[in-house]
Every structure is written in C-alpha cells, then in structure tokens.
Design a protein around this ligand. Structure first.
Ligand SMILES: [Zn+2]
Length: 114
C-alpha cells in the first residue's frame, strides 16, 4: 500500500479491531477498521455446529435464540452437529463471538477470513 499524500510505501500496524497505516516519509497516518471490510463482504457464510457439544440448557437456549430454531432443534444440532445459520459476515462474526464465549465447537464454510 502507498501513502495517499506522497506515494511512499507505508507501514501498517494491526490493533485489536483496526489497522493503523503510517507513512515513514511524510508522517501521514490513517486508521481503517476490520469492520468496514466485513461490512463490504457479500458472501453468505454457514456456521456448522460440530457434533458432541454439551446440551446444557443455557447453550440450547443460546443456539435457539441465535438461529431461530426451536428448543428441540437446537438441542439436536448441539448433539449431532449440522448447519445452524446462513448469514453475511457481520452477523456471522456476532454469532461466533457468542459461541466462542460459551465454548460451543463449530466451523464456518466457506473459510471465514475475519
Ligand atoms: Zn507519505
């Protein structure tokens, strides 16, 4: 990536949720968030729950809320695995953040780059 002011090759630094771009020559800086890249992504991603997850009542409730499935369907998918939702990247990120917090095992198809 080149500096927008002087055209010199910039340095990039990754923060928690942003990328900081700095030009070593003229001092131009910019901050871009990962989120904008996610928001522009029009790919539909699927979250597949792995089989053999805990069927703790709280986990079933969470999966049910996030996917719109009823209690039994949500329990079934935690136990046997299967596709939970098909969504755009922003929603997938939100859902998987919640799944990560409670330790539900899953994978995303196609490969989720965020
Ligand atoms: Zn520059």
């Amino acid at each position: 990536m080149k500096c927008l002011r002087c055209g010199f090759e910039v340095l990039t630094e990754s923060g928690n949720s942003e990328i900081i771009v700095k030009c070593p020559k003229c001092g131009w800086t910019a901050v871009t968030t990962y989120m904008s890249e996610i928001e522009d992504d029009l790919t539909k991603y699927s979250i597949f729950i792995e089989q053999g997850n805990s069927t703790d009542r709280e986990l079933i409730k969470l999966v049910s809320e996030l996917s719109g499935m009823n209690f039994l369907e949500a329990r079934n998918i935690l136990l046997k695995g299967g596709r939970m939702v098909v969504e755009y990247a922003v929603a997938i990120k939100e859902i998987t953040t919640k799944l990560d917090m409670v330790g539900i095992e899953y994978h995303i198809d196609p490969i989720f780059p965020y």
